[in-house]
Design a protein around this ligand. Structure first.
Ligand SMILES: [Zn+2]
Length: 86
């Protein structure tokens, strides 16, 4: 599992923070993210996106692992009903 990262240097940090202590101090970032300078907010948004993706990772299952019924269902989902084969 991927950890939360500091949005500036990428070091692993606690989930509820956006920047590590070193960066907060080094860049003199206010405690509250709302008061961050624009460049830091941009980085924060990137990290927020990354965390969202991480939390909603899409499971990829090769279609060859599906049984026939499931494969047919996927077919319908992908291509819609109305094919008259089978
Ligand atoms: Zn950092």
């Amino acid at each position: 599992m991927t950890h939360a990262q500091c949005c500036i240097c990428g070091t692993n940090i606690t989930e509820r923070f956006w920047a590590c202590e070193a960066c907060e101090r080094g860049y003199n970032l206010p405690r509250s993210y709302a008061e961050w300078p624009e460049w830091a907010k941009l980085l924060q948004r990137d990290e927020a996106t990354r965390r969202r993706r991480r939390d909603h990772e899409i499971q990829v299952i090769p279609i060859s692992l599906l049984n026939r019924a499931e494969a047919a269902q996927v077919d319908r989902l992908l291509y819609g009903d109305g094919d008259d084969d089978d």
